[in-house]
Design a protein around this ligand. Structure first.
Ligand SMILES: *Cc1c(COP(=O)(O)O)cnc(C)c1O
Length: 361
């Protein structure tokens, strides 16, 4: 299944007008999940593709021409005790609100966002499109577990000149997914490209940010790496983040360091969850500038974090052809603990004492 688009049939769509958000749930063409599972690859692709089209939306828009759009990514996870739960949707609701405001769009209300993501998952599950818990996932700490990925995003009205979007749509598509990074040694490379600049949109989950990220990631993968890591634009000295994930370093001093937020770093919800889990364990965590020089000299563990990635250990970091290997190429102890705790809470095998899970009834 990997991390690919395989959207379920029920799609949420709302459009902003003076009267507020006009909402609808569209049930796109589908068969029963059992029948769909029996389709051959081409038939299945054609069906999923058909759900991905709307003949009443503009082709030429500020989104398609200028990348004026923002999105979210969150997950509904099958619970050991049965049913599904969404991980911290309130935080995604808040970030989506801030992203839309940052792009001068009418922001989507946070309580509406939470209800809509729950309802989209629920309506698809009612048609049989869902995932159930598999005990075998526990064997490798859920690294290969499936989940339902929820992708809310905006889409602008039609237009050809450079402009902001005053009457956007908000669409929510959901798709079953498995592991984000494909198997292989998780080596990363420092890219020369610049993802975000001061006073730019790096802090917004804006579509336009990902053109450069996609190029850098492609170049990294072309050279056998799983991810590219960006340095800051101004001094080219400090680590910022990956193409779609934040980054942590466990230093030899016993400090878990992650680059501090600002206008060039995406405020990850996994990032803030990891910080909290590490502090709970008594680990000294700091959010500060982290230089490349410092981690080359003194990091014993390194991992990236994100909804899609979870907490994924990085074996090494290569800069200008020089490779720095962490923990002799093995998954570090703290990295594994944090990853397993996060996954355990998400899949309902560790009690959710923080109220991070919102059940889909
Ligand atoms: C989405 C994203 C993250 C991770 O955010 P989460 O809320 O943890 O999923 C980190 N960096 C970038 C650039 C992202 O797009």
């Amino acid at each position: 299944m990997a991390f690919s688009l395989n959207s379920y049939p029920v799609i949420y769509r709302a459009r902003y007008s003076q009267d507020g958000w006009q909402e609808e749930y569209l049930e796109k063409s589908h068969k029963t999940p059992e029948e769909e599972a029996r389709l051959d690859e081409a038939e299945a692709a054609a069906l999923v593709n058909s759900r991905n089209f709307f003949d009443d939306m503009p082709l030429v828009s500020y989104t398609t021409q200028y990348g004026l759009s923002c999105f979210e990514g969150l997950k509904a996870l099958p619970q050991k005790g049965g049913g599904l739960a969404i991980f911290r949707p309130d935080r995604n609701a808040e970030r989506f609100y801030n992203s839309m405001k940052g792009l001068y769009m009418p922001p989507f209300p946070e309580d509406l966002f939470i209800n809509v993501v729950k309802e989209t998952v629920r309506r698809n599950a009612a048609l049989g499109f869902s995932i159930s818990y598999k005990p075998e996932w526990e064997k490798d700490s859920f690294i290969n577990a499936d989940s339902i990925y929820i992708r809310p995003f905006t889409y602008s009205e039609g237009g050809i000149g450079v402009n902001i979007s005053r009457q956007p749509w908000v669409i929510v598509v959901i798709s079953p997914v498995s592991a984000y990074f494909s198997a292989g040694t998780p080596d990363a490379v420092i890219t020369n490209r610049i993802r975000a600049t001061p006073n730019g949109t790096g802090w917004i989950k804006a579509a336009s940010n990902y053109a450069i990220a996609a190029l850098a990631k492609h170049e990294a993968m072309d050279s056998g790496f799983i991810e590219c890591i960006f340095l800051d634009a101004a001094e080219r000295k400090y680590i910022e983040e990956g193409s779609s994930c934040n980054i942590f370093f466990y230093l030899k001093s016993g400090e878990l360091a992650t680059p501090e937020l600002g206008d060039t770093i995406l405020p990850g919800i996994t990032r803030s969850s990891i910080i909290e889990l590490a502090r709970d364990r008594g680990v000294r965590v700091s959010e500060r500038k982290v230089s490349l020089e410092e981690v080359i000299a003194g990091a014993k563990e390194c991992f990236v974090s994100g909804t899609a990635a979870g907490a994924t250990p990085l074996t090494s970091l290569t800069y200008q052809g020089k490779k720095t290997v962490f923990n002799n190429g093995k998954v570090g102890e703290l990295t594994a603990e944090l990853r397993d705790t996060l996954k355990g809470i998400q899949y309902g095998i560790i009690p959710d004492t923080k109220g991070w899970l919102v059940r889909v009834e």
